[in-house]
Design a protein around this ligand. Structure first.
Ligand code: PLP
Length: 368
């Protein structure tokens, strides 16, 4: 089906910045700079500066960023790590794949981990919390850092959906031991394939990730410092991401504009809950504009039928997938929102007419 308003529009995005992307491509290709060269170093410098950390280390995906962060903290077999019940599955898979046990905690009305429910699940074995900043709105890092200090826990931020978001002026990905980033094509800063990074102020974490992404090797001495992985961010992807990072502040402004337009025109619909939290400490970047509709699938199917592509992440919570063998303790908020979530298109490729069209279709559903 061809949508009047696609959820994302990579072809159009390319056209918007074509000369810069083509220039980056020619620069990399003509120099033959494919692995760990100046483009990667430049992107890492610029990303660290954007987030406000001392280091950024480019990796192959957001998953790898989580995985490397847990390994850098020495987390493994016998350890417990607290994760939200409502997130992308990779958050929890990283925990399982280092041999630790994920302990799921329900989320609150803002889709992020419910701080009130964390202390009840702490045990002697709890080593870390992975707060997820979902959809461009940060988890309450002030309170999470208080808990971390009180119980001596490591904090790894899954910031994959919140590049540019802040709380009290401090960026997502700069609070914990490390921040994890994904440059999956449809993230707010997306490459043309998989990509990721960690940001950190800790020189040991940065050094660990730099070595382990390259099979444990110190590239200057040739010494192997452990059994590592192959998960280095491509130099070519880094060159593209560096271009896009320059556009990010403007793109975030545009997303906020669209979000405000949705708010202005849809907030009178009582069966629809919009993702605005009105806490002046938070600056949200709207990676997703996820509404909750009481009408669930009827609402999302109606939008799709009328040419508006929407995402319903996730109708089935990840912990209900049998093969993952996770402990479903009954997470009522996650289950309620899973029936209702619907992410409306919000991206920099949309023009004003498309925004108006989405609004019209949403309103027409509720007029029936
Ligand atoms: C995208 C995403 C990831 C994983 O990123 P990949 O680059 O696809 O591995 C992890 N956590 C969250 C919250 C994400 O949105």
């Amino acid at each position: 089906m061809i949508y009047k308003v696609p959820f994302v529009d990579p072809k159009k995005n390319y056209q918007m910045i074509r000369s810069e992307i083509d220039q980056a491509y020619f620069d990399v290709m003509s120099k033959g700079d494919l692995v760990d060269r100046t483009h990667l170093k430049s992107f890492e410098r610029n990303l660290a500066q954007f987030v406000g950390t001392r280091y950024a280390v480019g990796l192959n995906s957001g998953y790898d960023a989580l995985h490397m962060s847990l390994r850098a903290s020495g987390i493994g077999s016998g350890d417990e790590v607290i994760v939200p019940a409502h997130t992308f599955v990779a958050t929890t898979s990283a925990v399982v794949n280092v041999g630790a046990t994920p302990v799921l905690v329900d989320v609150a009305k803002d889709f992020n981990i419910d701080i009130e429910k964390i202390e009840a699940v702490l045990t002697e074995k709890t080593k870390a919390i992975i707060p997820v900043h979902l959809s461009g709105h940060m988890a309450d890092m002030v309170r999470i850092m208080e808990i971390a200090e009180k119980y001596h826990l490591v904090i790894v931020e899954d910031a994959c959906q919140s590049l540019g978001a802040t709380l009290n002026g401090k960026s997502a990905g700069s609070w914990g031991l490390s921040g994890c980033w994904s440059f999956y094509p449809f993230k707010i800063l997306g490459g043309y394939g998989d990509g990721g990074a960690i940001t950190t102020n800790d020189p040991d974490v940065a050094l660990f990730a730099r070595r382990m992404r390259y099979n444990g090797e110190d590239r200057e001495t040739g010494e192997y410092h452990g059994h590592g992985f192959t998960c280095l961010l491509d130099n070519l992807q880094a060159a593209f991401l560096d271009v896009k990072l320059r556009h990010l502040p403007g793109w975030i402004t545009r997303r906020k504009e669209i979000a405000q337009e949705y708010r202005n025109t849809l907030s009178d619909i009582s069966d629809l809950v919009l993702p605005h939290y009105d806490d002046p400490r938070y600056d949200d970047i709207f990676q997703n504009y996820t509404v909750r509709s009481k009408q669930g699938n009827d609402f999302s199917e109606y939008l799709k039928k009328n040419g508006v592509e929407v995402l319903t992440q996730f109708r089935k919570p990840y912990y209900k997938h049998k093969a993952l063998k996770l402990n479903d303790r009954g997470f009522t908020e996650t289950e309620d929102l899973s029936r209702e979530v619907c992410s409306l298109p919000i991206n920099v490729e949309m023009d004003d007419d498309q925004v108006v069209y989405v609004i019209e279709i949403v309103r027409s559903f509720y007029k029936k």
